[in-house]
Design a protein. Structure first.
Length: 318
């Protein structure tokens, strides 16, 4: 009986070849598109989920309004903020601050090129972001000044099978010693090839040019932590502005700032900043749903930062 069914089906296929081929082509094309879309959606949802520790890593977002301008959310904040949270808030295990290096000249042996995929970070960067290391040690790789860590792909490209540890490279004619090689296990919103140790002033509350991340301890109360971090940020930011040598408004230096409320009032009166707030953004949300982009120019100028407010819309469309 089944054999007869197959014979009948085979005769129909040969009898209506054009229709059969067209149907098979349509089915194959549909399956190919379905698999491609499935792979794309799966990749988009896999960003910063390659290690369980990343569930406890958050980016610090600050909010303020300068004068009559619109309310602004930004991922830029003083490096002192993260360091202060690590030092004084028991919920925080580690903090780290980094910034893009911009377009810089890199020289490695016979290779010389301009790159935008270089970041400058403090010594805690690889404690917060647990990249597996192919060579070197993550906890010590950025402890010394003028040290650099390469991605494994870059190390193979520039040094082949040689061990690059201890070798040097030049960035903007400044020599760095290679102290580590890290693996990229899966997609991340940070797409860098070189990370160099940076001399960052963790006591300066005025330089809002860094992106801060914190690694929380297990079971930390996120809401309570955000409240305490907000109070510390407003208070210390106001003190930093008050001690700024360029602050010459009458009465600004003499005004007392003893708590968060006095700090808010002082910033509004003498600096023109109000509606200050702080929140913590899970790193797994940044690629698809970033609270802040950070830059104000074209995304093409920031290949290190792999996220966009349009990413989630594209996934939803599919």
């Amino acid at each position: 009986m089944i054999r007869n069914y197959f014979k009948t089906a085979w005769r129909n296929i040969h009898k209506n070849r054009q229709y059969t081929y067209l149907s098979m082509f349509g089915l194959a094309l549909g399956l190919a598109v379905f698999v491609t879309v499935l792979i794309y959606i799966n990749r988009e949802n896999s960003y910063d989920r390659w290690d369980d520790q990343l569930d406890r890593v958050y980016r610090i977002i600050t909010q303020d309004q300068w004068g009559k301008k619109e309310l602004e959310l930004t991922s830029f904040s003083p490096a002192a903020l993260g360091a202060d949270m690590q030092a004084h808030l028991p919920e925080v295990e580690y903090s780290t601050a980094f910034r893009e290096a911009g377009e810089i000249l890199v020289s490695i042996g016979k290779y010389e090129f301009y790159s935008r995929q270089v970041i400058m970070a403090d010594s805690n960067f690889f404690r917060v972001f647990p990249y597996p290391f192919y060579a070197g040690h993550p906890e010590h790789a950025l402890n010394q000044p003028d040290h650099a860590v390469l991605s494994r792909e870059s190390a193979i490209k520039w040094f082949g099978t040689e061990n690059p540890i201890g070798k040097t490279l030049e960035i903007n004619q400044r020599t760095f010693t290679i102290s580590g090689v890290f693996e990229k296990p899966a997609p991340s919103h940070l797409n860098f090839e070189i990370c160099v140790s940076a001399k960052i002033d963790h006591s300066n509350w005025n330089a809002r040019v860094y992106t801060n991340y914190v690694l929380l301890k297990p079971h930390a109360d996120l809401h309570l932590l955000s409240q305490k971090a907000r109070q510390a940020f407003i208070y210390n930011f106001a003190l930093g502005q008050q001690s700024n040598p360029y602050m010459d408004k009458e009465g600004a230096k003499e005004a007392k700032i003893t708590d968060e409320k006095e700090a808010e009032a002082w910033l509004d009166k003498f600096v023109g900043i109000k509606n200050i707030d702080l929140s913590l953004e899970p790193v797994a949300d940044i690629h698809l749903r970033p609270k802040s982009i950070g830059w104000r120019d074209a995304p093409e100028n920031h290949p290190v930062l792999d996220f966009s407010k349009d990413n989630e819309f594209t996934v939803w469309v599919f």
